[in-house]
Design a protein around this ligand. Structure first.
Ligand SMILES: O=C(CO)[C@H](O)[C@H](O)COP(=O)(O)O
Length: 235
């Protein structure tokens, strides 16, 4: 396993060990490569404990990971009160505001994070920053209704994101379609000093479904490092 993968694993394992408690019955599970290690650790728990627990995924990917592991899967409609949600991030600032949606899953991720009593971020050290936009250069992921994408793009440009782009699929002649049937625009804004304000401004654009800015949501973040240590940040 590469050093970066080991770093992600360290962060994920520690977060599961410290935040998924024996009395918890509903656990939210995010998406992405770091979350693969979260599921690995969940599967190492006492099977009797896992059998009494429902896991709420945030994407096609995490649903598959949970089902492959034989865990019981539920959704927010059935389980609106989640004990803890653990998810990755594309970048996380010193106030624990995060950019998410690199994996196009931020709508469901935000719903599952908001439904949780506690939201925990796991990542490698490259995601740790002072100000959003320092590390993640692809821009803020913005999920949009397909019909509205050009109109939303113009509004994002007017807000200052000159290089906003529709996210294209790798092996399809066309745009990425999210798990919810929408398109995605990646909107770079340089350094984001006021993420909550930017979040509000983007959300007010008609046709925007959800913005990959998670402001004032995470309680704690674990960043795995290549030397085997884990940086922990709290609010
Ligand atoms: O927000 C996400 C998906 O929408 C992911 O959590 C984020 O992209 C981080 O992924 P990884 O752990 O692979 O770096």
């Amino acid at each position: 396993m590469s050093l970066i993968e080991q770093a992600k694993q360290k962060a994920a394992f520690q977060a599961v060990d410290e935040h998924v408690l024996p009395h918890h019955r509903v656990i939210g599970v995010g998406s992405g490569s770091t979350v693969v290690h979260v599921v690995t650790r969940l599967l190492q728990r006492d099977p009797a404990l896992n059998a009494k627990t429902v896991f709420v995924p945030t994407s096609f990917q995490s649903r598959g990971l949970l089902l492959d592991g034989g865990l019981t899967v539920g959704d927010v409609e059935q389980y609106p009160d989640i004990d803890v949600t653990i998810d990755g991030a594309d970048e996380c600032d010193s106030d624990l505001n995060a950019i998410k949606g690199g994996g196009a899953a931020h709508l469901q991720e935000k719903i599952v994070a908001e439904a949780a009593k506690k939201f925990v971020i796991v990542a490698d050290y490259r995601k740790d920053s002072k100000v959003l936009g320092e590390q993640w250069k692809h821009g803020v992921p913005v999920e949009v209704v397909p019909f509205a994408w050009t109109a939303v793009m113009k509004k994002l440009q007017a807000l200052g994101s000159k290089d906003a782009k529709l996210r294209m699929a790798m092996k399809k002649a066309g745009p990425i379609v999210t798990d919810n049937g929408n398109f995605l625009i990646d909107a770079p804004f340089g350094l984001i000093h006021e993420p909550a304000k930017l979040l509000k401004d983007i959300k007010l654009i008609t046709g925007v479904v959800e913005v990959g800015l998670f402001c004032d949501m995470a309680e704690i973040a674990y960043f795995g490092c290549e030397d085997g240590s884990v940086i922990i940040r709290t609010k």
